[in-house]
Design a protein. Structure first.
Lengths: 279, 524
């Protein structure tokens, strides 16, 4: 019998602790309709990005994952990220990643670019645009830009911070041996000594009714312990890590409800001035 | 008995009986005065002058790109490369991996005795980008603007060089805002802006900073060199772990992630037994040792994340293989359970010490771990000005580091023998080679932040150390850092150290006689 989380006050264990970041969101959040969701098929998902600020959270960007299986095996994952910035600008990142269908959705090769602009179609502002490629082969990570290729040793199992969001939607919802791997962060930096494991199940009240959530926990170098929350259909609904929360907002074109900000408790100055959280 | 060897103050060429600066003083004298404060006048020394001439000629012949990478709230011992120096297992280097910062240190010149002028974001940054002390910039607290009479680094370079000036990331050295706009009142004067940030959280903003800075470097084809500031936010996010997010949200009381022995041990000075100056308190919001250790564990993960961002920027620098000088530092440190403190703004070493690395394969001595020269972040301004072949602004308070770090530098025969810093508006630290003395002024007047009060409708300056409104709070701190690096034994009440305190008090008086309080703030 899963624990029912209806009062965040008593939270103490790992799942409950990670869910603290959702306090205030769950009363307003409605997941997008399930529709036809097959984790190993074609799908698209968009997530709202929140950062936790005093007494609540504020929506600061979004990202979209588009999964396309390949006939020859494996799949392609397109990742479009938009982080809101200042002066009407955003930081855009776009990647096309060719992945294995293994437990970690290990990326094989990818193209990624980054820029600051007001719109995705605008040219980069002030020399801020850059395109690179990445690949893993022969026990090494290769990152190539216009000038040269950098090689970094990479041995053993590995994943990527964005492909992990796909991987956890294909994992069994039960205790399995802990996976040890290297996380390729931000498309270019290997961070070894990570572990991923299934933790537990809880039932959480959302605006539209209760939902059973299963958690996977990622611990390792350069990352605050991160909890992935998937529902009974293996859909990833939430990611909670330190000050950051992702919430599934759009699935295969169908939209849920993700508020622009949420309040977790009553207190002074819940939202910082113009996006600057109170220092 | 205290070691009296370091107690003989060296005369400075800029000492004046009045402590005032004559506005008619020549430019050359200005520079000498600024360089001499707090130590000897470097420019008077033949070997230094020679080194400067050589280095200066090189600089004028070919001016390097200059990149200043700033982290926020990074402890100096939280760089793994330094763990052979910081051997106590409670130091950070034993609990994390920082391969990119390690490489920067291996290839560059590290100062171990490096200090912030004020262990709080806004004051520290105002000093870094003006070369003046916080009292002078007027930024003695958060969210105050820099005195309009004092040029920042961007403005100075704009007026006196052909450098392009670009700022990317956290500013917070003027006004109630963190990230600069590309135009309008929140644009930093003198700098163009790479528009990043938006949330005030490092986990969200720092990827923007490192990617955008690296792109700028990779794409650059300008005919003139650039001055680029890449200002990262983390590990500042730790500020929200304990105090702001409903108290407990980000810091588990139990070992819920089963980290076991991966949780860092508590520092030796977690428990201590001495009275502290007014306003200094232990943090009482954590309820278990495990909670403190979880806090520390998460802090080190943020440092590893910063390491990644530094690696991304440095990768672009190395790929270009241009003539580039990189300076890496932090605005202040982090309490991290030492003296049961969180965050910063304290007089202790955890808040005051910062990492400081100068890197340039063509110019800077590689692999040096300098434990001898005491430096402070106001040294950045005269140093980057010298690399750019321009003179520093008038009344700058720092020292040019090039004679020490440059391959062509001949070193220095003499160097400053003390470092002055502020904390919590009215707190003062005087650091000498062996000792650190901390005290706090008591202000009995109608104190109004930052330090200007209305008197009969007129502004009255808070001139520290002067006037009948100022006394000292009891409970000074005096630490023998050579024998007590964790600051466990306060020697201030021991009569045999009376002469040591007297000497430090004299240094403080001399310093504050020379500083010119700022008055005209740019708030927005």
């Amino acid at each position: 019998m899963a624990a029912i989380i209806n009062d965040f006050a008593f939270l103490s264990e790992v799942s409950d602790f990670s869910l603290r970041g959702l306090k205030g969101l769950t009363t307003e959040y409605v997941p997008p309709p399930l529709g036809k969701f097959h984790p190993e098929g074609s799908w698209s998902q968009s997530y709202a990005m929140y950062v936790l600020i005093p007494h609540g959270a504020r929506r600061v960007g979004e990202f979209t994952l588009v999964r396309k299986p390949k006939a020859a095996g494996g799949f392609t994952l397109d990742v479009h990220t938009r982080r809101l910035s200042v002066s009407g600008y955003s930081h855009f990142q776009r990647a096309e990643i060719h992945c294995k269908s293994d437990a970690l959705a290990s990326p094989v090769s990818w193209l990624f670019d980054t820029k600051l602009a007001k719109k995705p179609t605008d040219p980069p502002y002030l020399q801020s645009g850059r395109r690179r490629t990445g690949a893993v082969r022969d026990g090494a990570l290769f990152i190539r830009d216009n000038i040269r290729t950098a090689r970094t040793p990479l041995e053993g199992a590995y994943g990527n911070e964005w492909t992990m969001l796909e991987a956890v939607q294909r994992l069994p919802r039960e205790k399995t041996p802990t996976m040890h791997y290297t996380l390729i962060d931000e498309y270019d930096t290997p961070q070894p000594e990570h572990t991923l494991e299934y933790r537990d199940q809880v039932t959480v009240p959302l605006k539209g009714g209760h939902v059973d959530l299963h958690s996977y926990c990622d611990i390792g170098r350069a990352v605050i312990p991160t909890t992935y929350w998937v529902d009974d259909h293996n859909r990833l609904l939430f990611v909670c890590t330190g000050l950051q929360v992702y919430a599934l907002n759009i699935a295969n074109g169908k939209t849920g409800i993700c508020p622009p900000h949420y309040i977790s408790s009553v207190g002074p100055n819940p939202i910082g001035r113009d996006g600057n959280a109170k220092q | 008995m205290p070691n009296n060897k370091s107690l003989s103050p060296q005369k400075t060429s800029s000492d004046t009986p009045s402590g005032q600066v004559d506005s008619s003083i020549s430019r050359r004298s200005f520079i000498k005065a600024g360089a001499a404060i707090g130590g000897v006048s470097m420019l008077d020394h033949p070997s230094v002058a020679s080194a400067l001439t050589k280095a200066g000629n090189t600089a004028r012949a070919k001016k390097p790109n200059i990149i200043i990478i700033i982290s926020d709230q990074l402890n100096i011992d939280a760089i793994a490369h330094y763990k052979d120096h910081y051997r106590d297992p409670a130091y950070g280097g034993h609990w994390l991996k920082t391969p990119h910062l390690d490489r920067l240190a291996q290839e560059g010149y590290s100062f171990i005795e490096s200090h912030t002028p004020d262990p709080l974001c806004s004051p520290s940054r105002s000093c870094m980008f003006t070369g003046r002390m916080a009292i002078e910039t007027g930024v003695v607290q958060l969210n105050i603007g820099i005195d309009k009479h004092i040029p920042n680094m961007g403005q100075w370079f704009e007026q006196h060089s052909d450098y392009r000036r670009v700022y990317c990331g956290k500013w917070h050295a003027g006004g109630h805002w963190n990230y600069p706009d590309v135009s309008g009142p929140r644009k930093i004067p003198g700098f163009e802006t790479l528009p990043v940030g938006g949330s005030g959280m490092g986990i969200y903003a720092d990827p923007q900073v490192s990617n955008s800075s690296a792109s700028y470097i990779a794409n650059d084809h300008g005919k003139t060199p650039y001055l680029l500031v890449a200002s990262l936010m983390n590990p500042h996010d730790i500020c929200y772990w304990a105090t702001n997010l409903d108290g407990k949200r980000c810091t588990p009381e139990k070992d819920i992630y089963h980290l076991g022995e991966k949780l860092p041990i508590l520092p030796p000075n977690f428990h201590y037994h001495f009275k502290e100056p007014y306003g200094e308190h232990r943090y009482t919001g954590f309820h278990s040792h495990t909670q403190w250790r979880n806090y520390t564990y998460d802090y080190y993960r943020m440092v590893e994340d910063i390491d990644e961002h530094v690696g991304r920027i440095m990768s672009a620098v190395r790929e270009r293989n241009d003539d580039t000088v990189v300076i890496f530092t932090s605005d202040h440190g982090e309490g991290l359970g030492r003296h049961q403190r969180i965050e910063k703004w304290h007089p202790y070493q955890s808040s005051v010490k910062v990492p400081f690395i100068v890197w340039s394969p063509n110019r800077v001595k590689p692999g040096v771990l300098d434990t001898e020269h005491m430096i402070t972040n106001v040294d950045i301004m005269p140093t980057v000005c010298n690399y750019a072949g321009i003179e520093p602004p008038p009344l700058y308070r720092g020292l040019n580091l090039r004679p020490i770090v440059d391959k062509l530098g001949e070193g220095v025969q003499t160097w400053r023998d003390n470092v002055y810093s502020n904390w919590q508006v009215t707190g003062r630290n005087i650091r000498t080679k062996r000792y650190k003395w901390a005290m706090r002024y008591q202000y009995s007047g109608n104190f109004k932040k930052p330090f200007v009060r209305k008197s009969d409708g007129e502004h009255t300056q808070f001139i520290p150390g002067h006037g009948e409104d100022f006394a000292e709070y009891p409970n000074q701190l005096l630490f023998d850092l050579e024998n007590d690096p964790w600051e466990l034994n306060n020697l201030a009440d021991d009569p045999q150290y009376a002469s040591v305190i007297k000497h430090h008090r004299e240094i403080l008086r001399d310093w504050e006689a020379k500083l010119i309080p700022g008055v005209n703030y740019d708030r927005n």
